[in-house]
Design a protein around this ligand. Structure first.
Ligand SMILES: [Zn+2]
Length: 167
């Protein structure tokens, strides 16, 4: 069972996991239900901790799901879309958001994608908004592959958080 599947299955049993301010995992629910899950939680403690711990930028897994659901509702409201389409629009929003929250910097004059320094002209603005200190030096020919890589990093990051959710 994957970590997100464990969290979901426990939730169905009425056991909700959360991350305390002291850095521990706490389970909320009826004791009898919690006891049933305790061994599974202990066996997967490190991974659960990693997943539930608020990220560097202070968004917890629940914040992310809330963000996704909000975006999905906005998409639903704005267009005549199927549930799959609204989820895919919401995921695009999440990718953008993830990229903004995980900005990159590169060493001046070194291509972030291939690591070479020759034939570099100008740095690209790598982050999406407001943080003008975040530039990435990229070759013209490397830019597209680099963007694809960033997007795929974002999708893996979101997948680890259980997004998009299985419906
Ligand atoms: Zn390059």
């Amino acid at each position: 069972m994957s970590i997100t599947a464990i969290i979901d299955a426990a939730k169905k049993d009425g056991v909700v996991l959360c991350f305390t301010s002291s850095g521990e995992i706490a389970a909320k629910g009826r004791k009898i239900d919690i006891d049933r899950w305790l061994i599974t939680f202990r066996q997967n403690k490190a991974e659960l901790q990693q997943l539930l711990e608020p990220t560097k930028v202070g968004l917890s897994i629940e914040d992310w799901h809330e963000y996704f659901n909000e975006r999905s509702k906005v998409a639903q409201f704005n267009g005549n879309l199927s549930p799959e389409e609204t989820d895919s629009v919401a995921l695009e929003w999440c990718v953008e958001h993830w990229l903004r929250l995980h900005p990159v910097n590169s060493q001046s004059g070194q291509c972030l994608h291939c690591g070479q320094s020759d034939r570099l002209q100008l740095p690209y603005l790598a982050s999406h908004a407001n943080q003008f200190s975040n530039f990435a030096w990229l070759h013209n020919n490397c830019a597209e592959a680099w963007r694809d890589q960033r997007k795929s990093d974002a999708l893996s990051g979101l997948k680890a958080l259980g997004l998009p959710p299985n419906r």
